[in-house]
Design a protein around this ligand. Structure first.
Ligand SMILES: [Fe+2]
Length: 331
């Protein structure tokens, strides 16, 4: 859905905008790509490129991880830019498109702090090219600018589903001032997506992974519940689960996690936002994963930059591979 400077409107205005009637069929939100054996998704996050950056330096840095990770799909989980112009944005998209790999992005809260609008970026990505698996329906009744799914196809059936959602940017309600949350209409959309996919799959629930930017409010419970339990920590060998800063989920909670649990499809959720937290912890049957920051822009931890591969195994289990690099490697 188009998203016009809501940052400066009262909260009731965003509610009015999201209550439109332009409902689209769920099939219109779905892209398809073949499943490959032990499918490798590289999560990059919080790139934060701006016009003052030496872009080539950051591309060189990310290139190390991308080549090492050998992904089938790259997903950048938001905060792509801060104070970037259109040419900087296009440079990042061209960089991602320079590999023989499908790629996609979701948006973060900082992506509206640029010399272009989120709608401009959405338009560019909607029309980018065949390796860019991005789709947003801009005149629909769903809040946000990147709510779509990628079906990993095995013949005519869906092997797994990748769900990309917009966790939105900021909100200004008196009791919810801060980062925005998933709206009720987005949660309904998620339910319709999971139900329709199940219906079209002979009644069997299709397993899914979700990618978005701002963690759900349950992220702290997930950490507290799992941090001392080796059976809950999923960081791969050699990667230490760390919580080095306060998590910053939205204050307002529309209870998306309850719906996710009830629907029984999503088994892993991957996000960014809090740059120096790095853990994957299983909570109530679902993996919560902070991504690994992928450049040294804004704030970062020297030994915690690179990217993470999420492997969907042929038996539907998940494996994780963490890749860490430093800028010294490109000096
Ligand atoms: Fe960020």
């Amino acid at each position: 859905m188009k998203y016009k400077s809501l940052m400066f409107l009262p909260i009731f205005a965003s509610c009015l905008v999201s209550c439109g009637n332009n409902r689209h069929d769920i099939s219109e939100y779905i892209l398809k790509t073949p499943y490959k054996d032990n499918y490798r998704i590289l999560q990059l996050t919080d790139v934060h490129l701006g016009d003052k950056d030496k872009l080539e330096e950051h591309f060189k840095f990310m290139d190390i991880t991308i080549k090492e990770a050998n992904p089938d799909l790259i997903v950048v989980t938001g905060d792509l830019f801060t104070f970037a112009s259109k040419s900087t944005a296009k440079s990042l998209f061209d960089f991602l498109d320079s590999y023989e790999v499908n790629w996609t992005v979701c948006f973060g809260n900082h992506d509206e702090q640029c010399y272009f609008s989120i709608d401009w970026m959405t338009d560019v990505l909607n029309n980018y090219g065949e390796k860019c698996l991005f789709k947003d329906i801009q005149d629909d009744d769903i809040f946000g600018n990147c709510n779509f799914a990628i079906n990993l196809m095995q013949g005519d059936s869906v092997f797994e589903q990748i769900i990309v959602m917009d966790s939105n940017r900021y909100q200004f309600g008196l009791e919810s001032m801060g980062y925005d949350c998933f709206k009720v209409d987005q949660i309904d959309w998620y339910s319709r997506l999971v139900d329709t996919t199940k219906e079209n799959n002979g009644g069997d629930t299709v397993e899914s992974l979700m990618f978005y930017h701002i963690p759900l409010p349950e992220v702290d419970d997930a950490w507290e519940n799992g941090k001392d339990d080796p059976s809950k920590i999923k960081n791969p060998t050699g990667s230490v689960a760390q919580k080095n800063e306060k998590s910053c989920p939205p204050k307002k909670d529309n209870h998306f996690f309850d719906t996710i649990k009830t629907k029984g499809s999503t088994k892993g959720m991957y996000f960014g936002h809090d740059h120096i937290n790095n853990f994957i912890v299983e909570y109530e049957g679902i993996d919560f994963g902070y991504g690994i920051k992928s450049t040294n822009r804004v704030y970062y931890q020297e030994d915690m930059m690179g990217g993470r591969v999420i492997v969907i195994k042929n038996d539907h289990t998940l494996e994780y591979e963490d890749y860490y690099h430093t800028y010294k490697e490109i000096a």
